[in-house]
Design a protein around this ligand. Structure first.
Ligand SMILES: C[S@@+](CC[C@H](N)C(=O)[O-])C[C@H]1O[C@@H](n2cnc3c(N)ncnc32)[C@H](O)[C@@H]1O
Length: 404
């Protein structure tokens, strides 16, 4: 059994209010014991056994064969990875289910805890448990694919426990988890059964010998609901490689037991630019530039460029080749997108641009010698690394008429 709940659920009673910190619903007589127990039964099935005090646990029966006190077992391993004192820290719990780990993070003093789950049913459960426990933390229905550092900022510690084997888009999700994590990501996951040949090996690919890491795909029915079925089971080495590729520079496999692993991934102080995954996005706007000109005329364009990605843009690169320097570049094309000159022009940044920063750049180009209609396409380029359009950043296309 991998877990979790392959169940059809609802409709459910929705509880909208939470209590301020330190108020226990039972002590305050806001709900009687009987009312709490009735609500727990209404919100079944519970995957998380959460102790609500006064001898009440959220869970009285196993959902998928897991122990009735689940997740007390995994918690014995996870708690060793978490600082005892989380004062001042922010914690993000992705795939929080009914909130067991979010509550434990709050009990350790975390300043801000946000639990997210893709399934509304689990958020209802978590909100109800929060109400009874009287803890001050936040729960939201959100999918791991919706995580966006630019909207949510970063969290000191991110938990992805029992989550990643539920993800069809594993790499995208790991990148999102990386982006919203400031210091540490803790992953607990099912892994590929080691006795099924999960050893890594070296193999020729193209002109190089590369290291290949097995990763098993679970075949599911075509109508399988993503969040409750299992998709990819990486070997431990595949998981480590995935996390390294994502950008984490310190990966510690804390435990491998019963076809599951606990891995702590850290970003070392400041996270070197070198090891960080490149995330280049630009917003380009034309401030000045003629739509028409004479053959061979010198053309001057002014663009406002914004670093709307997550990676700093260095104005200067390495060595004589300037490798890695970010420049504004231009391509010249026919209107049918046939290329005339890919390296049509370049202009430097006035200074390094941090994420969120803007600059105004002038670029001088020479009009084509033949009259006709053309496209000048502007894009940013990281020299000898990639044009930004390769990172799905939008280019800016300007139509130019060369008059007779
Ligand atoms: C196996 S349970 C693990 C719950 C809890 N983290 C734990 O370790 O006990 C997986 C949880 O992840 C949630 N989940 C699955 N796919 C998700 C996704 N794409 N985004 C957010 N949550 C997801 C499920 O709804 C479920 O609550």
């Amino acid at each position: 059994m991998l877990d979790c709940c392959k169940l059809t659920v609802g409709p459910f009673f929705v509880i909208t209010n939470s209590l301020p910190l330190g108020h226990n619903a039972l002590e305050e007589s806001i709900m009687t014991r009987e009312e709490i127990v009735a609500e727990l039964r209404r919100l079944e099935p519970w995957f998380h056994a959460i102790d609500l005090g006064d001898g009440i646990s959220t869970k009285i029966r196993s959902v998928m064969g897991e122990p009735v006190n689940h997740p007390y077992g995994p918690w014995q391993s996870i708690q060793k990875c978490l600082p005892e004192d989380l004062s001042g820290k922010s914690v993000l719990d992705v795939g929080c289910n009914a909130g067991f780990y979010s509550f434990e993070a709050k009990r350790r003093g975390a300043a801000h805890v946000l639990g997210l789950d893709a399934q509304r049913h689990h958020i209802r459960q978590a909100v109800f448990a929060r109400k009874v426990l009287g803890l001050n933390l936040e729960f939201r229905r959100m999918n791991v694919y919706e995580l966006d550092q630019r909207r949510m900022g970063q969290f000191d510690i991110t938990l992805a426990l029992g989550l990643i084997y539920h993800l069809k888009h594993l790499v995208l999700a790991l990148e999102n988890l990386y982006n919203v994590t400031r210091e540490t990501l803790i992953i607990e996951t099912a892994i590929m059964p080691p006795e099924r040949g999960s050893a890594s090996f070296s193999h020729p690919l193209g002109q190089d010998h590369m290291r290949l890491h097995p990763l098993a795909l679970v075949e599911n029915p075509r109508d399988a609901k993503e969040q409750v079925f299992n998709w990819f089971l990486p070997s431990v080495e595949a998981l480590e490689a995935l996390l390294r590729n994502t950008g984490f520079d310190n990966i510690e496999v804390v435990e491998v037991k019963n076809e599951r692993a606990v891995v702590v991934c850290r970003k070392t102080a400041g996270g070197s630019e070198e090891s960080a995954r490149l995330h280049y996005f630009a917003a380009l706007a034309l401030k000045a530039g003629a739509p028409a000109c004479q053959p061979d005329q010198e053309l001057s364009f002014t663009l406002r460029v914004k670093n709307s990605g997550l990676t700093r843009w260095p104005a200067r690169g390495e060595g004589l080749s300037d490798k890695g320097a970010v420049h504004l570049g231009a391509h010249l094309m026919h209107t049918n997108d046939e290329e005339i000159s890919w390296d049509y022009g370049r202009a430097n940044l006035p200074q390094d641009l941090e994420p969120g920063a803007e600059a105004v750049i002038d670029i001088v180009l020479r009009a084509p010698p033949k009259p006709g209609r053309y496209i000048v396409e502007f894009d940013m380029v990281s020299e000898y690394i990639a044009w930004f359009e390769d990172f799905s950043s939008a280019t800016l296309r300007h139509e130019l008429t060369v008059e007779q």
